[in-house]
Design a protein around this ligand. Structure first.
Ligand code: CU
Length: 124
């Protein structure tokens, strides 16, 4: 009887551990762009995905987001902002600057050329 309870407790602890690991791993990384001299600049490193996945910009401050390519795979070679009509080839230019409109609050989703990896820029 006691053994059964122990096994049950152990199983529950294991499930909790797996959940923690799973959700911890899928938590999105985020960052706030730095404001300097009336402008703000953010940076996203492209390496096996986007780091940070969510970049926050302050509304009303002209913004530029730099994508730094550190990945070798063809998958991440393009960065596409479909709502802005931007499609940049990062395999040709390792550092690409993209102007983001900040007049209005909103979200700009972007993805790799195959729409497999996603990130977003949030104006708030
Ligand atoms: Cu891809």
């Amino acid at each position: 009887m006691l053994v059964k309870i122990l096994v049950l407790l152990l199983a529950a602890a294991l499930i909790a551990l797996i959940c923690w690991w799973f959700f911890g791993n899928f938590e999105q990384s985020s960052d706030q762009a730095k404001i300097e001299g009336g402008r703000q600049e953010g940076q996203v490193v492209v390496k096996g995905g986007y780091e940070p996945e969510v970049l926050y910009l302050k509304k009303g401050v002209p913004a530029e987001v730099t994508f730094k390519m550190e990945d070798q795979t063809a998958c991440l070679s393009h960065v596409v902002f479909s709502t802005l009509g931007v499609d940049k080839d990062l395999s040709k230019e390792k550092t690409v600057k993209i102007d983001i409109p900040t007049q209005k609050a909103g979200e700009f989703d972007y993805a790799c050329g195959m729409n497999m990896f996603h990130g977003k820029v949030v104006v708030r």
